[in-house]
Design a protein around this ligand. Structure first.
Ligand SMILES: Nc1ncnc2c1ncn2[C@@H]1O[C@H](COP(=O)(O)OP(=O)(O)OP(=O)(O)O)[C@@H](O)[C@H]1O
Length: 367
């Protein structure tokens, strides 16, 4: 009887059956305290990368830990492919959830070889099977040549890939990643992030990735769920959140903004930088008008509003301007292409591009 020969080649086939993870009406508190999570409902669809985005303390990690089974919710349910894995009467421990975890600090064991690090989670398999699966996982992240080396010989980015291989080795239905790139320096981060996304796509794993960085969420996520103070504020594609933010908090998370208070008159809001349409708003309604820093045409010749340059900061591709505008106590900020304005120029004209203006209901607290 002939034995099947394992192909040592780089593995490209999917490793998981795409799974759907649902967090349903999740509330949580660290007793006895205020709610850490307040009635959060969210689904990660099969094979998608869902980014959990939000400021520090918004509850991202707690939600991830509830999905993993490391933390318990106070109310609500967690479902994996329509099967309840945590709820009022059910609680599957983490090791029975078919969920892989990757943390910020990679948490590789320094005294174990790379192969043994990856093999660590494969306790259900025989030694030989575990070794084979670990090598497959290492090959998936392109690091099989380091199997017998120790973690210290690897760069930060490579260590992160080993952590990813370790999480993928047991072929989890869902991969949960908590700030997986925050330990990497900014140049390495872009490469490792792109590689990780490619590996996730190849493995067809459903992934939930926690980040506090909006740009990272836009680069990685098929969809983004934005949390603030334990509440889900908005979930959607990057385009939806950027172009149609639900409120000022969402808008401010994705772009730097100038914010003006105004009152609607004849369907428009007057601000010191122009008059902007406020469709659907009643006359007299107080509104907040947000203008993206990138939304200004700044010209020495012509425009809608006169302004004086107070300061210029060269940032490489762009220049950041602070401008004094009549009728506005605070300086208006604008980003323009570097080199567009002559050195020493003081008096300019502004024109705002309507696509970069967002009008919101004025609220004391925006989220
Ligand atoms: N073990 C704990 N005991 C008490 N409070 C906690 C505990 N862990 C977290 N918290 C609090 O719960 C809230 C949510 O924390 P969580 O770590 O989920 O937020 P986060 O959005 O992941 O923040 P960060 O980006 O800073 O990690 C915070 O106010 C935090 O201080």
């Amino acid at each position: 009887m002939s034995e099947t020969v394992e192909k040592p080649a780089r593995v490209t086939a999917g490793v998981t059956f795409a799974a759907r993870l649902v967090l349903e009406r999740i509330s949580h508190r660290f007793a006895p305290g205020a709610l850490t999570l307040d009635d959060v409902t969210l689904a990660a669809e099969p094979g998608e990368v869902l980014c959990l985005l939000g400021p520090s303390g918004s509850g991202k990690t707690t939600l991830l830990r509830i999905a993993a089974g490391i933390e318990s919710q106070e109310t609500g349910r967690v479902l994996l492919n329509d099967r309840e894995i945590a709820g009022p009467n059910v609680f599957l421990p983490p090791e029975q959830r078919s969920i892989g975890l990757v943390f910020q600090d990679f948490a590789l064991f320094p005294h174990l070889t790379i192969l043994d690090n990856v093999r660590f989670g494969l306790t259900a398999l025989s030694r030989e099977e575990a070794r084979r699966e670990a090598l497959i996982a290492l090959s998936r992240v392109g690091l099989e040549r380091y199997a017998s080396s120790y973690p210290h010989v690897l760069s930060g980015g490579e260590q992160q890939r080993v952590a990813l291989a370790r999480a993928l080795a047991p072929r989890p239905a869902v991969l949960l990643m908590d700030e997986p790139f925050s330990g990497l320096d900014s140049r390495l981060k872009d490469t490792v992030r792109a590689e990780t996304l490619a590996i996730l796509r190849q493995s067809r794993a459903t992934a939930i990735v926690v980040t506090h960085d909006a740009e990272e969420a836009m680069r990685l996520g098929d969809r983004i769920a934005l949390l603030n103070k334990g509440k889900l504020v908005q979930a959607g594609t990057a385009e939806e959140l950027y172009l149609k933010p639900a409120n000022l908090f969402v808008a401010g998370f994705f772009s730097e903004l100038n914010v003006f208070d105004a009152r609607v008159a004849s369907g428009a809001a007057d601000t010191p930088v122009g008059r902007f349409a406020a469709p659907g708003r009643a006359d007299g309604e107080p509104v907040t008008v947000a203008v993206r820093l990138s939304g200004f045409d700044v010209s020495e010749e012509s425009g809608d509003v006169e302004a004086r340059i107070v300061s210029r900061r060269f940032l490489g591709v762009v220049e950041l301007l602070e401008l004094a505008v009549p009728g506005n106590d605070e300086h208006v900020r604008a980003r323009v292409r570097a080199g567009q304005l002559q050195p020493g120029v003081r008096d300019v004209w502004l024109k705002v591009r309507p696509a970069d203006v967002l009008v919101f209901e004025r609220r004391r607290e925006s989220a």
